[in-house]
Design a protein around this ligand. Structure first.
Ligand SMILES: Nc1ncnc2c1ncn2[C@@H]1O[C@H](COP(=O)(O)OP(=O)(O)OP(=O)(O)O)[C@@H](O)[C@H]1O
Length: 267
């Protein structure tokens, strides 16, 4: 079953010289239990597309279907339903984490938004979530500032997973991290996707990173998708000149990604 189907989506933003068309007639699908990568240079419209899916920017034309039902984000009830179905993790984990809340409070709150859990069940769930994203459960008492960047991003990921969404949108989730930590977080995301059978839209500008976690990849340029293909096929036989340019810029792509660094230590 297709979890997400976007058809002919157009998104405009207001600009000083009139409207900017950030997304221009985009169609894509994320089949259930798979990861679609969305890759493109800065300004190609990736985040506008993601924000339109979760109702943060208005859709000008087109349709967004989740599990066969059209997404609307007009009322609080719509937004609540949408939050249950789709969770987003962004580049900067600090936007998702309240600096005054411990990891336990953040994850406990997320785990009980849609599920009633008593205190012991809630604490057990927090431990499970931390283990799921490869963090030591003993970090539960820490505040975000007492964690490293990679650890904060893992907590943001755990917070999104706590809701048990049908679809996870990861938008540039590793871009702000050190290269060695990026590899560790990417591997965690890939393992989680496989283990939980998650459906995911993985957005990034780094082609090797996107290919590493994705079953298929859509290449975006100037608001349009220029090519979509299974990851192997895209790497083996890219069809569009822009995809070839992206590939040529990373000649080492066919070699395995760097080994993850040992888990980063908190400051
Ligand atoms: N809130 C906004 N108001 C006006 N223009 C915007 C807004 N958000 C994005 N844009 C414009 O829309 C276009 C697409 O931007 P978008 O952020 O979606 O691209 P992106 O591929 O995600 O880029 P990046 O990787 O740099 O975030 C750009 O021209 C950008 O300047």
């Amino acid at each position: 079953m297709t979890v997400l189907r976007v058809t002919d989506l157009t998104v405009h933003h207001p600009g000083p010289l009139g409207q900017v068309t950030a997304v221009d007639g985009v169609s894509l699908e994320v089949p259930s239990g798979t990861t679609l990568g969305l890759v493109g240079e800065s300004g190609s419209g990736k985040s506008s597309l993601a924000r339109a899916i979760v109702g943060l920017v208005p859709v000008h034309t087109g349709r967004i279907m989740l599990d066969g039902r059209e997404i609307r984000a007009r009322t609080i009830r719509d937004r609540r339903r949408l939050g249950r179905l789709v969770q987003v993790v962004l580049q900067d984990p600090d936007t998702a984490l309240d600096p005054r809340m411990t990891v336990r409070q953040t994850l406990g709150e997320a785990a009980t938004v849609f599920h009633r859990l008593d205190r012991p069940a809630r604490d057990k769930r927090v431990t499970e979530l931390l283990e799921l994203v490869g963090l030591d459960p003993r970090l539960a008492g820490r505040l975000p500032r007492q964690l490293s960047g990679g650890q904060r991003q893992r907590v943001a990921l755990a917070r999104a997973l706590a809701v048990e969404p049908g679809l996870l949108i990861a938008d540039e989730v590793t871009s702000a991290l050190d290269v060695s930590v990026q590899a560790a977080v990417l591997n965690t995301i890939r393992e989680l996707q496989r283990r939980l059978g998650l459906s995911m839209l993985f957005i990034g500008h780094n082609l090797p990173a996107v290919c590493h976690v994705s079953d298929a990849v859509a290449v975006m340029r100037h608001g349009r998708i220029v090519e979509t293909a299974p990851t192997d096929a895209l790497l083996r036989a890219p069809q569009h000149p822009y995809t070839r340019t992206l590939l040529a810029a990373v000649p080492s792509l066919r070699t395995p990604p760097p080994a993850p660094a040992p888990e980063e230590q908190p400051p």
